[in-house]
Design a protein around this ligand. Structure first.
Ligand code: WQD
Length: 356
């Protein structure tokens, strides 16, 4: 067996010994991460309350990877339920924690729900990790912790700004909880600060499944093109940017999913340099709303019906990542282009809407 295949086989064998708990693993980013984990030989337990997804995602993951993950329908904010989960799966070797509510606007209307759901879930998971001597956790954080950075691109040393929403604040508080936890226990953390994940797996069998009217730009674009929404409202074109619309660092969800597997392996191989590490997971490129629309029209061949309206409360003007630390320290780099992102999002929407 030639060396490269042998190396792959050996690393696959090692991963088969590792059972990973993926909380929120039926969600948009979670499901794509489960695909990458299973393709890398890990055994996966998905714990999800399906509040923002549906159970057929589990079957879709099985079809893509030829392996069905274990699925536990649980609400991790419930202490007793979480305890039973860890007792049942006491052979878990690591956790990837996605489970949280993440709609910025909704969090302003329901702050108590957001703090309770997002923070109680995390606290319950951490308590049980300590109880079962499970050390590694990869945490789903967000670039929202930076607010509107004073300098761009933003790196991990950039000071955190007061959060613009209870959602963003719950991520900041969560990072503080994790940091304190590493000082008092043997828990190790890698916190991945996502920028704007969009797109879908090339099989178009999993993707973003917004419930109700989408908050985020990409699903609103694809639903407009599919005729589900009448038109896209572009929230403001009077910002201090080249075309007046907000700029974000859009990253393909598969690139983001792969970053989780790299972070997990870093911890399983004891390569961490600190007990808690933070990484910006972005492409390093910023695109405006109008540039995303232009890319979508090009890749989908669909003319998008949109109008410019007033600004959306809470929006920051522009942010994009300096991904150098993740590129050099993790050895991970986003590979997919904006066109690949918008095309994959459209292919997924066509599948959802049964458009040929
Ligand atoms: C992007 C741009 C809008 C909808 C999201 C998540 C947040 C975090 C980061 C994970 C903005 C504009 C949008 C629409 C529009 N992710 N827009 N019309 O606000 O950057 O934050 O990613 O932690 O949880 O919410 O993403 O897609 O909502 O907006 O013009 O109908 O698109 O103004 O400039 P955002 P978004």
């Amino acid at each position: 067996m030639e060396n490269t295949n042998k190396f792959f086989f050996v690393s696959l064998q090692k991963n088969i010994m590792s059972k990973i708990l993926v909380t929120g693993g039926a969600g948009f980013i979670g499901s794509h991460t489960v695909v990458e984990l299973q393709n890398s030989g890990f055994e996966v337990v998905i714990a999800d309350d399906l509040s923002n997804s549906n159970e057929n995602v589990i079957q879709q993951i099985a079809e893509i990877t030829q392996k069905k993950p274990i699925f536990e329908l649980v609400n991790l904010a419930n202490e007793e339920v979480c305890k039973q989960l860890f007792t049942k799966h006491s052979d878990i070797t690591a956790v990837i924690h996605f489970a949280a509510s993440k709609a910025v606007g909704e969090s302003v209307e329901k702050p108590l729900f957001y703090y309770k759901n997002n923070l109680c879930s995390l606290l319950n998971v951490l308590e049980n990790m300590v109880q079962h001597n499970i050390k590694p956790i990869v945490f789903s954080s967000s670039c929202t912790v930076y607010g509107q950075p004073k300098t761009l691109p933003v790196n991990e040393q950039c000071p955190l700004q007061p959060a613009e929403s209870p959602y963003g604040n719950s991520k900041q508080i969560a990072e503080e909880i994790l940091s304190d936890c590493t000082k008092a226990t043997s828990i190790k953390v890698i916190s991945l600060r996502y920028f704007n994940p969009i797109g879908a797996h090339e099989a178009a069998m999993i993707g973003e499944l917004p419930i109700g009217v989408p908050n985020n730009l990409m699903p609103f674009i694809t639903q407009t093109a599919a005729g589900i929404r009448e038109k896209l409202s572009v929230f403001g074109n009077d910002y201090n940017t080249p075309d007046g619309t907000c700029i974000r660092d859009y990253i393909h969800v598969v690139d983001l999913a792969k970053a989780h597997v790299v972070a997990l392996n870093r911890m399983l191989k004891n390569q961490q340099k600190k007990s808690i590490e933070f990484f910006n997971v972005g492409t390093g490129k910023g695109f405006s709303v109008l540039e995303v629309i232009k890319s979508f029209e090009k890749t989908s061949g669909q003319k998008l019906n949109y109008q410019i309206v007033g600004r959306r409360a809470g929006d920051i003007e522009q942010i994009w990542a300096d991904p150098k630390f993740a590129n050099e320290e993790l050895g991970w780099k986003a590979e997919k282009t904006l066109d690949e992102m918008t095309l994959s999002a459209w292919n997924w929407q066509k599948k959802l809407s049964k458009i040929a």
